[in-house]
Design a protein around this ligand. Sequence first.
Ligand SMILES: Nc1nc2c(ncn2[C@@H]2O[C@H](COP(=O)(O)OP(=O)(O)O)[C@@H](O)[C@H]2O)c(=O)[nH]1
Ligand SMILES: [Mg+2]
Length: 296
Amino acid sequence: MTESDDVGQPGEEDGFRSGFVAMFGRPNTGKSTIVNHIIGEKVTITSNKAQTTRHQIRGVLTTPDAQLIFVDTPGVGKPRTALGKKLNSTANKGRGEADVVCFVVDARSGYGRGDEFLAQNLDPENTVVVLNKVDGMKPEAIGKQLELVAPLDCSAYFPVSGFTGAGLTPLVDHLIGRLPVGPRWFPSDSITDVSDSHWVAELVREQLLRTLQQELPHSIATRVTEWRDKHITVEILVERDSQKGIVIGKGGEVLKKVGTNVRRQLAKGYHLELVVNVEANWQHDPAGVERMLTVE
Ligand SMILES: Nc1nc2c(ncn2[C@@H]2O[C@H](COP(=O)(O)OP(=O)(O)O)[C@@H](O)[C@H]2O)c(=O)[nH]1
Ligand SMILES: [Mg+2]
């Protein structure tokens, strides 16, 4: 069977299920980590900084009976910039279009006001509450968090760990059971719809997020400007001239480290060139945000 034959077919058996599962929640609750663990490969970048996920990133899991398309979305928080506003609207769109919504809560930091605020917009009928980061937590502490989310009156609650994978198999089984009967939307061997150039730009941004401190990460955008054979040029955009030096590092050490860590994740033989430029104040300007978030 070729890839294209595989798409849009009802599957070998009747009753093949398929649909979209949105990962929705506050920043840093571990939405992207969970998606990667379920897919079994890294399809979406993660870090301990807010605004790491900036697009709807699809991760596809195909089983003999079902195809789940996980839609990873940006964390929703109080928007302080045009970027924050755009990310919230991307997340809400993903939530609105999904067959099932996984409302991901950080069980370690605890269910809080920010989560409560988001929960107001959830439809309990199609929402599953995912209490993440329970690795290393005492059962009583997990129980307490489950009590706090119980009034949401959602259809199911799953304590999980995106790190260890605990609880993810029952979650996936439950999600499959909730999907409508439908075709394969993606070929069986496809795990994401992210293009190669978007992915390389994301890997560079991930390393910058992991290396740099505080507010600077929000000012950073990345894009591939040239891809010729095995030579890839990635442009790193910052908002001010003064930020360029921080991104480059003393003697270029930050860029060197970023380059090494990204190359490790690419196929052998790729050459990565990193260029730093200024796109003044882009995250405060809706048009700038649109430009910086456009991907091919
Ligand atoms: N201890 C622990 N940390 C986690 C878990 N899942 C994610 N994290 C960490 O939480 C931070 C945010 O993860 P990420 O997936 O980027 O969160 P997102 O913003 O919701 O997509 C990262 O530093 C992760 O390593 C988990 O199950 N347990
Ligand atoms: Mg994320």
